[in-house]
Design a protein around this ligand. Structure first.
Ligand SMILES: *Cc1c(COP(=O)(O)O)cnc(C)c1O
Length: 237
């Protein structure tokens, strides 16, 4: 596909997604301005990021450090804010804070030292969300990312106290194969506990291509949309 055709396709998908967000906001009695769209560009080339920037996208998300770092470097001339949404290795945390304006997947204290160091090295403050595991068995050695809801307030305190980091709120992925609505309602309750740690930590990042309406209805302030904008991803490598 040539660049013009790809641009038209991305523009149409973006319109559709923005329309879905606006519709869900109207239905919930919220203003669309309350919801920030982050387009998750993992597996798609920097040329797509560039087209998205031309189409008005300001927030882009990535879930793998190497790919994110390379794309952020290729797109350094654009006015973009990079959101890291993937599993964070403590060895890589400082490097992630070298380009990410927002790290949405803080799920244990072990990554905070590296993130803070990376932020200070570039004289920045990195916005952090505590990732919440919404699985029914979150405490019992669940394999997916995220802190168990009971552990979130203590971790939020540690983020709030860390130099170079700013506690902004929470992030979660709905458990697959479950109705997302009750899961997002659990997330809203955990989010309320985090605002007790810092009243300005009001961000709730929830909602992907398949469940953004449920997320907006239950109070999401940020949605992370990949395939509904970029098309189907190639299978996981
Ligand atoms: C890939 C990804 C998304 C986007 O998923 P889609 O279903 O393609 O919209 C959102 N959040 C995280 C954490 C992701 O890894």
């Amino acid at each position: 596909m040539n660049a013009e055709a790809r641009r038209a396709e991305l523009a149409q998908h973006l319109d559709e997604v923005r329309g879905r967000i606006a519709g869900a906001c109207t239905a919930a009695g919220r203003s669309p301005e309350e919801v920030t769209l982050t387009v998750v560009t993992k597996f798609f080339p920097a040329s797509d990021v560039r087209l998205l920037a031309e189409l008005g996208v300001r927030h882009v998300g990535e879930n793998r450090h190497q790919e994110a770092q390379a794309k952020a470097a290729e797109c350094a001339d654009l006015d973009l804010r990079w959101h890291f949404v993937g599993q964070l290795q403590s060895k890589k945390a400082a490097a992630v804070a070298g380009y990410a304006g927002v790290v949405e997947s803080v799920d244990r204290a072990k990554v905070l030292g590296g993130l803070g160091r990376g932020a200070l090295e570039r004289d920045a403050v990195v916005d952090c969300l505590v990732q919440v595991n919404l699985d029914a068995d979150a405490g019992a050695g669940s394999r997916r990312g995220g802190a168990a809801p009971d552990d979130v307030p203590a971790l939020a305190e540690q983020v709030a106290a860390a130099e170079g980091l700013r506690l902004r709120g929470v992030m979660a992925v709905a458990p697959p194969g479950e109705d997302p609505r009750p899961a997002f309602e659990r997330l809203a309750r955990t989010a309320a506990l985090v605002t007790r740690v810092d009243p300005s930590a009001t961000w709730v990042s929830a909602g992907m291509s398949g469940d953004l309406e449920d997320a907006v209805t239950t109070g999401a302030t940020h949605v992370r949309i990949g395939s509904a904008v970029l098309g189907p991803r190639p299978p996981e490598r």
